[in-house]
Design a protein around this ligand. Structure first.
Ligand code: PMP
Length: 296
């Protein structure tokens, strides 16, 4: 039998099948908390420091006090990976408001709950990477910047789940949400990029999109490959008429988009620039300088 993985819960390691938190935890009752999805490749946790920074930034916005330091959080992630003897992993780091009463007042929660799950899951399948995804603009608007905006990576993901349901119902691989003004925002857990006239363009944070860590990698990588990288509002028409389009995200990495609402993007096949970026990205994720070593 395979050895069971351990999950870190508040400083203790519990076997996966027994790892539990209280039903009074406000993360469960109200989606009150923040999280990160992180990956380890070949013994290095890719952009771990950046993920930890974003976690504490998200927590700061919702006034959630994380009871351990950034370095202790990094150590907790690395230690969990070591316990599980993992070199390649999908990591879910969750900090909830903690145990409170049935009222929503966060002041009732005395201490945040910290969870680190390190697992091996199948993410975007190779077929989608090779052939590209069919996406759908959905009726679900991205929560705006003065609401539960995805600028904060909170546990409140109903906005994305509603969008995903639409994509599923219409037989598409992924949903794309617009903002209240009709500008393109992002996918359910991915940022969106288009290529137009040699420029690689992604929507700004004002559309309620998360500042993705993969998005940042692509924005920095693109100029090195000779492309202009821009953060700019884009419309559905910009997407329909783009030369290429793709999603970015920790789980998705870079995935071509070949069709949106039945409109073919470019020639309906993954474009050359997207493929080039995918190749470069493969190098970046395997570069030890980009990550934190799990084993010394
Ligand atoms: N947008 C949302 C809403 C997400 O949940 C994610 C996944 N974290 C992304 C974009 C992509 O961000 P990253 O590249 O940091 O994974």
């Amino acid at each position: 039998m395979e050895k069971e993985l351990f999950v870190y819960v508040d400083g203790k390691f519990q076997p996966k099948s027994e790892a539990k938190i209280s039903v009074y935890d406000h993360g469960l009752l109200y989606g009150d908390g923040v999280f990160e999805g992180i990956r380890a490749y070949n013994g290095y946790v890719f952009k771990l420091k950046e993920h930890i920074e974003r976690l504490y930034r998200s927590a700061g916005v919702i006034l959630l006090d994380i009871p351990i330091s950034r370095q202790e959080m990094i150590d907790a992630v690395v230690e969990t990976l070591r316990r599980n003897n993992l070199r390649d992993s999908y990591i879910r780091l969750v900090v909830t408001r903690g145990v409170g009463d049935l009222g929503l007042d966060p002041r009732k929660c005395r201490k945040a709950t910290i969870i680190v799950i390190t697992d091996v899951i199948r993410l975007t399948d190779d077929d989608k990477k090779e052939k590209g995804m069919r996406a759908l603009f959905v009726w679900v608007k991205r929560d705006s910047v003065d609401a539960t905006s995805h600028e904060v990576k909170s546990l409140n993901y109903m906005n994305s789940i509603l969008a995903k349901i639409e994509a599923n119902n219409f037989g598409c691989d992924e949903a794309i949400c617009l903002d209240r003004d009709g500008h393109v925002s992002e996918g359910v857990a991915e940022n969106v990029f288009i290529l137009k006239d040699g420029s690689i363009i992604t929507p700004p944070t004002s559309t309620g999109t998360l500042i993705g860590i993969t998005r940042d990698v692509v924005l920095k990588m693109a100029p090195k490959l000779g492309y202009t990288a821009l953060e700019m509002d884009i419309t559905p028409t910009d997407v329909f008429t783009a030369d290429e389009a793709f999603f970015t995200g920790t789980a998705a990495e870079i995935v071509p988009i070949v069709e949106v609402n039945k409109r073919m993007i470019g020639d309906g096949k993954p474009g050359p620039v997207t493929k080039r970026l995918m190749q470069e990205f493969e190098k970046v994720i395997r570069d030890p300088k980009e990550g934190t070593p799990i084993y010394k």
